[in-house]
Ligand binder design. Sequence first.
Ligand code: NI
Length: 183
Amino acid sequence: MAIRPILTAPDPRLKVVSRPVETVDDDLRRLMRDMLDTMYAAPGVGLAAIQVGEPLRVIVIDVSDDDEKQDPLYLVNPEILSASEEMRVYEEGCLSLPEQFAEVERPARVHVRYLDYDGAERELHAEGLLATCIQHEMDHLEGILFVDHLSALKRKMILRRLLKARKSGQKAEKNPERRRHIA
Ligand code: NI
């Protein structure tokens, strides 16, 4: 198990479309455990493989409360089978856009098919934070960041702020209070 460095915007690898996993094997499970360690350490509630530089259709999620036991979810080759017409607005952040937050509107519920940690096919009906998080992570598999859902003006503002912080050598702080907004 290992914590891996997380890519941050505007790293061009974050724009890559990730490729499907062919076999869920021990190498992939090692990657998934590393991703989970990296996500918990950040801390955040979700992470896509491309955020640690692996262009594979793999995401890990844990939306449990701090005081609950860990409840990790591994989704390999996830597909959205259907999404609700009802929308939900949530203030999102991203481990690849440190300390930047904005409200994003997405379908409130999604029905997802995926392969689990053992490679078994599963389906899931998600709502609330889990639904939001799954969609945020699945966007990463297409090379899409949450800022791509915002107006060009807002997006530019956030990216400019990010570059400025990087140039001044400012280190991103861990933000446990906002953990449930970062994915
Ligand atoms: Ni993200």
